[in-house]
Design a protein around this ligand. Structure first.
Ligand code: RIB
Ligand code: CA
Length: 310
């Protein structure tokens, strides 16, 4: 049983990732959701995380508030993608479960210090502000992390919020730089992979087919109609964050490569770009396992089957 902490900015695709993790109690124990400002401001990401936990019938999962802004830049949000409240699509009720009073960064530090070293995996699927802040406040926890499996960055896929940068890295490039320089074992799920995980109308219909509340909600959260799919040949829209959980559950669905990855934190033109030394020309040591391919049918079969459990 792998113990994980999901650091998240729900966010439609974050919601699906959280549901996949909560549907996988046979393999994953979710110790908590640490929320960060990203797709929408912090008060909404904490609200949405609780709405998703209650949709899954999991009021027991601690949901905590972390950083409400990036380390060194103004917050950039994505309501145009996720809706004004961050969970456009399903009409999920307001949460009734309370926000856990612990600060998310304190929770990350205390949980890693209390756990047997190498047993807790961090799964950041939003800007890396909480993780980087925890590493700066408590450098001793870096060596205790079993791994970091993060959605973010891009290699050949270029950016999705600027021509050079993927959203999670763009929002807080300094945080991403701290995490990638930390020495923690990092697995990166970049746009190169998630742009191959396209929700088509058929895949969307398969989410709704079981007729469950969760299935209907996920179909509404990932409805490809009326979304910007031209970037992907009109085939569908990418489903980013659940790919991190799927890698933990079924790594054989993916192809990976050990690569040196650094983050642009100086130039405004390319701010937040992940510079991936794919051919090892810099001589810099590899610091990340970068996923670069996915069995998309296998991913959606896994996701659809597990969501049907809820
Ligand atoms: O670029 C995609 C990422 O940015 C996803 O994590 C999505 O939720 C947004 O946070
Ligand atoms: Ca996210």
């Amino acid at each position: 049983m792998r113990q994980i902490i999901i650091d998240t900015d729900p966010g439609q695709d974050d919601a699906v990732a959280i549901l996949l993790a909560l549907a996988s109690g046979d393999a994953l124990e979710v110790l908590g959701l640490t929320c960060v400002a990203g797709n929408v401001p912090l008060d909404l990401t904490t609200r949405n995380a609780r709405r998703v936990c209650e949709l899954a019938g999991r009021r027991d999962v601690p949901v905590m508030a972390g950083c409400d802004r990036p380390m060194g830049r103004a917050l950039v949000t994505a309501e145009h993608v996720h809706g004004q409240d961050g969970l456009a699509g399903p009409d999920l009720p307001a949460p009734t479960m309370p926000l856990d009073p612990r600060n998310a960064v304190d929770f990350l530090i205390e949980t890693l210090r209390a756990a047997v070293p190498g047993t807790v995996t961090l799964v950041p699927i939003g800007p890396l502000t909480n993780i980087a802040t925890a590493f700066q406040r408590a450098p001793d926890i870096v060596a205790r992390v079993a791994g970091i499996v993060m959605m973010g960055g891009a290699h050949r896929a270029l950016g999705n919020v600027t021509p050079a940068a993927e959203f999670n890295i763009h929002v807080d490039p300094q945080a991403a730089d701290i995490v990638l320089r930390s020495g923690a074992p990092v697995t990166i799920v970049p746009l190169d992979v998630t742009h191959k995980a396209l929700v088509t109308s058929e895949r969307n219909a398969a989410f709704a087919a079981p007729g469950t509340r969760v299935g209907r909600a996920v179909a509404a959260l990932t409805d490809p109609r009326g979304r910007e799919s031209a970037r992907h040949g009109g085939q569908g829209v990418p489903l980013h964050d659940p790919c991190t959980i799927a890698w933990l559950l079924a790594p054989d669905l993916f192809a990976a490569r050990e690569v040196n990855v650094m983050v642009e934190t100086g130039s405004e033109l390319t701010m937040g770009m992940t510079v991936m030394d794919w051919w090892g020309v810099t001589g810099r040591a590899a610091n990340a396992r970068v996923l670069h391919d996915i069995d998309a049918d296998g991913f959606f079969d896994l996701l659809t089957a597990r969501l049907a459990r809820l």
